[in-house]
Design a protein around this ligand. Structure first.
Ligand SMILES: [Zn+2]
Length: 149
């Protein structure tokens, strides 16, 4: 029974928890700090609340705004940090869109995809975990994860 005449249950935020957790995970792995997510407006529908996300990365605050939820805002921020960065495993440029087999074989691009709770690098089958194909320092997007087990 509701209090104050509430006939309906409170509107629940429909969250893609996997997307949110994967975004937070990869934002951390990218070395960003001060990750925050919030909304600008208090609206009846949470989708209308203009969600934003921001983090400090390499001395700069990076932010995205006008999203429909904390999950999409966080994912947009993660994509902004990843896209164009360098994969520290294969030294390829991280891309989030589809790539041709020839592009992937050339090793210049590393297509990252989200698989459930994690963003997975495209070179996972070519470059074993803990190895680096090209020992150059990353231009950006350093991923200090080495031995997850
Ligand atoms: Zn890679």
């Amino acid at each position: 029974m509701g209090i104050g005449g509430q006939a309906e249950p409170p509107p629940e935020l429909q969250l893609d928890q996997d997307a949110l957790l994967a975004a937070v995970d990869v934002i951390n792995r990218m070395g960003a700090t001060e990750f925050e997510v919030g909304h600008l407006d208090d609206t009846p529908r949470s989708e209308d609340a203009r969600w934003w996300a921001s983090a400090r990365w390499q001395g700069t605050r990076v932010a995205v705004e006008d999203h429909t939820g904390p999950d999409t805002a966080a994912e947009a921020l993660a994509r902004r940090l990843m896209n164009g960065g360098q994969c520290t495993h294969c030294a390829g440029t991280i891309t989030l869109g589809p790539t041709s087999r020839a592009q992937r074989r050339a090793g210049k691009l590393c297509a990252w995809t989200r698989q459930g709770l994690r963003w997975v690098r495209g070179c996972a089958d070519r470059v074993p975990e803990g190895q680096r194909a090209v020992p150059t320092p990353a231009r950006r997007g350093e991923l200090p994860r080495r031995h997850p087990r």
